[in-house]
Write a protein that binds this ligand. Structure first.
Ligand SMILES: Cc1ncc(COP(=O)(O)O)c(C=O)c1O
Length: 433
């Protein structure tokens, strides 16, 4: 079947608000390690991993075998009305690694549902529907998750079950806190939190939800330590802190296992999704028992943490730990970050090369200004594909190229991808090689 035909059929039957990448969309039909092949037989090095979700890579024997073992039992689904060994084992591992004392884990199918569960717990625990959220954030597509999403392009409805007050993001390129030193930015953001609490809330706020590095927001992140500044103020009021680790978890940032750890705080609730299933639908929320137990009625998820997804999750987590992929993310990520900074960081169309570990973004602007340049970003993005590299796009203005490859990326693959990226950026920007 030709992809052209598939594209027409896609457009005829799927909604247009679910975007496809590339002027000529591609169908990926095969994958191995960090490489995928499209229906035309073209091979790509994958630096986006299905939005940071193929965290270990494609066709990894240890993960495939774990799924096959579960399939061979004849049990794909039982519902959570029965004991699920794989689920209990994975919950034990995640609870231990979460850094949260006396932790409980509730499994869901997506990051949206994980955040929904965290918000359910927090609002019940605090008996308040007031939430603090961060500008330029993305937390999912349900009403509550959209309600705490600070990005107009991803807010498909103004209906909101929560009352939300907004804090500044850690954007260093534009906005009120841009161009401040790290220390000044932390002080200003903490002062902003105090002012927002005093002016936009009734005081009895349930929780603050924040991504350590904003994913959809183009890998914008505040200076290390900001969450500690915020948490001090939150603690004065008993307000809970929710870390959305859907993109930043599992060692992706290289320096830490969770993004929140860069700030020297422990969240009350932590949500996870994407990478832990390496493509199988697996997500959830972890929290202190005292907080997570604050659900005053039955609440359950038919598919959440089912035997197949948790078999995958166990295999993924074991693989990640045995191969110390966090250290790999730090080592290989540094090759990419240093290479990008030295080759293109000085171009006047590049506002910032940012991120941590294997979560790196390049923000494009009109030369010498902070005016976003989504057209240039798109040219770079298409040129990467032509060069054999899949990357992602993001940012409030669609002007950030995003790299979130599998954490198994090798040094050679990093150098290969870096060369394609640098060529794509220089040629799209019209800079001589
Ligand atoms: C930080 C963050 N939170 C939540 C979500 C929502 O996850 P899902 O698409 O699995 O519902 C995403 C998805 O991109 C995300 O990046």
């Amino acid at each position: 079947m030709m992809t052209d035909d598939l594209l027409a059929r896609h457009r005829a039957v799927l909604p247009s608000w679910m975007p496809l990448y590339y002027t000529e969309p591609i169908e990926l039909v095969g994958g191995s390690g960090r490489r995928v092949t499209d229906a035309q037989g073209r091979s790509y090095l994958d630096f986006f991993g299905g939005v940071l979700t193929n965290m270990i890579g494609y066709d990894i024997p240890e993960i495939r075998e774990a799924i096959e073992r579960q399939l061979a039992t004849g049990i794909v689904h039982t519902s959570t009305l029965y004991l699920i060994r794989q689920q209990v084992e994975l919950a034990e591992k995640i609870a231990r690694r979460s850094g949260i004392p006396d932790a409980r884990v509730f499994f869901t199918n997506s990051g949206t549902e994980a955040n929904e569960a965290a918000l359910l717990v927090a609002t019940n625990h605090r008996r308040s529907h007031q939430i603090l959220a961060v500008r330029n954030s993305y937390h999912g597509r349900s009403y509550a998750a959209m309600g705490v999403t600070g990005n107009r392009n991803w807010s498909a409805s103004g209906l909101n079950p929560l009352q939300v007050a907004w804090l500044h993001s850690g954007d260093r390129v534009r906005g009120l806190l841009a161009r401040l030193s790290d220390e000044e930015q932390v002080d200003a953001a903490v002062e902003d939190l105090r002012e927002v609490l005093a002016t936009q809330t009734a005081g009895d706020v349930a929780a603050l939800i924040a991504e350590p590095i904003q994913g959809v927001g183009g890998f914008v992140h505040p200076p290390d330590g900001l969450f500690a500044g915020w948490k001090k103020v939150l603690d004065e009021h008993g307000i809970l802190f929710i870390a959305d680790e859907v993109q930043t978890g599992w060692g992706r940032t290289g320096e830490h296992f969770w993004g929140y750890q860069a700030h020297g705080v422990t969240p009350d609730l932590l949500t996870f999704a994407k990478g832990i299933g390496n493509g199988f639908a697996l997500a959830g929320v972890v929290g202190r028992a005292e907080v997570l137990e604050s659900v005053p009625a039955i609440s359950f998820s038919t598919f959440g943490g089912n035997p197949i997804s948790t078999a995958a999750g166990n295999a993924v987590l074991d693989y990640l730990v045995e191969h110390d992929l966090q250290a790999n993310a730090a080592r290989v990520g540094a090759i990419l970050a240093d290479g990008l900074r030295s080759a293109v960081g000085g171009l006047d169309c590049v506002a910032e090369v940012r991120g941590k570990g294997l979560m790196l973004g390049v923000e494009f602007v009109q030369p010498g200004t902070t005016e976003p340049d989504p057209a240039l970003t798109n040219r770079v993005f298409e040129a990467c594909r032509e060069g054999g590299l899949l990357a992602g796009k993001g940012g409030l203005y669609g002007n950030v190229l995003r790299m979130g490859p599998p954490l198994t990326l090798t040094e050679d693959e990093a150098r290969e991808g870096l060369a394609i990226l640098v060529d794509a950026i220089r040629s799209a920007a019209g800079v001589a090689a």
